[in-house]
Design a protein around this ligand. Sequence first.
Ligand SMILES: Cc1ncc(COP(=O)(O)O)c(C=O)c1O
Length: 455
Amino acid sequence: MSLLERGSLAALSAALDRLEAGFAHLPEAARAGDVVTLQRVLGDVAERMRDNYPYFHPLYAGQMLKPPHPVARAAYALATWINPNNHARDGGRASSEMEIEAVREIAAMFGFGRDFLGHLTSSGTFANLEALWVAGQLAPGKSILASEQAHYTHSRISAVLQLPFETVAVDGRGRMDLTALEERLRRGDIATVVVTIGTTACGAVDPLPEILPLARRYGARVHVDSAYGGYFMLADGLDADVRAAYDAIAEADSVVVDPHKHGLQPYGCGCILFRDAAVGRFYKHDSPYTYFTSDQLHLGEISLECSRAGAAAVALWATQRALPLVRGGEFAEQLGQCRSAAKELHARICGSDMFVAPFAPQLDIVVWAARGANVAESSRRARQIFDEAATRNLHLALVELPVPFFPAGTFADSPERHITCLRSVLMKAEHLGWINSIWLRLLDASKEVKDGQNK
Ligand SMILES: Cc1ncc(COP(=O)(O)O)c(C=O)c1O
């Protein structure tokens, strides 16, 4: 069987020999492991882990989930033999340096100058929290604005930070509505506009080039949440308005991207960047028990979290060695394949009388509804197709979307404001080669649902 990648195991063993050789000057100290227990418990783990959707397989085309790149997985595992802590250089000398290098490459990808401040975090949520915390430090008590389609955590983070939070309406493609934004900015008291470059539900890209001058005119900061979408910075084949949004990121005050989403990393890897390094002053602390013995910058001096996995930085550094963050490179090409897969699936949906798509994908997330007489029937069908597809090993996702995303007249007038739709995040490059198989299973599942209703 060849479902799970194993080539990295031999490379990991060889790298472990090299790592150990670096400590050969020390007296012997290896602890004998209890191999029998190890084997038994690992066997139990394997059994338990079988209770999962197959996130690694191209027929898993549901949520934003996939395993890391083999290089990342092996590098992460290798680093855990040392288990560095990137809070301070003393806890992770090499891995702190690797984090600084890797983050510098991410900043360069976005076009940030050398004077930025940035570091890895445990997640996109924590990275966004740092951005909004800085916003609150700069303008205490002022509001945070994000679109109705922004990630739900922005409202929760604002509550944690005790900052007022408001949403702005979206247009028919799920992007922040500029008229609604200006109306709210004009009333004043806005500290920061959160611009989502790649919304979680639909992959919609807020119109950053138009938002930036508006926010500046009313004295608000601009924070870009591209936790999911950020790496499409490198992709070719984006629509012109989407490309323009990416090209404007360098002018934002802060940006978040999640290496543990499209960056091929294991969970535990978000990234926050601030364009102006001067915000570092807010992080200053003088804890008496932190072991800042080196006079170089410690990542713990510029991040809200204390302990952080050095292994996450090692994995990211290694991945960026294998797949540099450059336009036209292999990694960029893979993102292009994800995007092509999304366009291909959308084209098939548009050509079928079973489905209706509200709009074309802006990145690699496709959303569509099952045709039905009204919203309730369409929603019911979507849920049934979701279940039927799973019995054919095709794993999709469901999403609640505003009914006005669909052209007027798509559904008979109904009281519902939201409709249950099917959703697919085609975030594995392999998805492109599997679109036909995905499509045939989707059609088969949909026919089954329709036939069942006709009986
Ligand atoms: C746009 C966006 N922002 C923030 C987050 C939260 O990131 P995390 O799950 O890494 O905390 C997500 C997660 O899907 C997201 O899509």
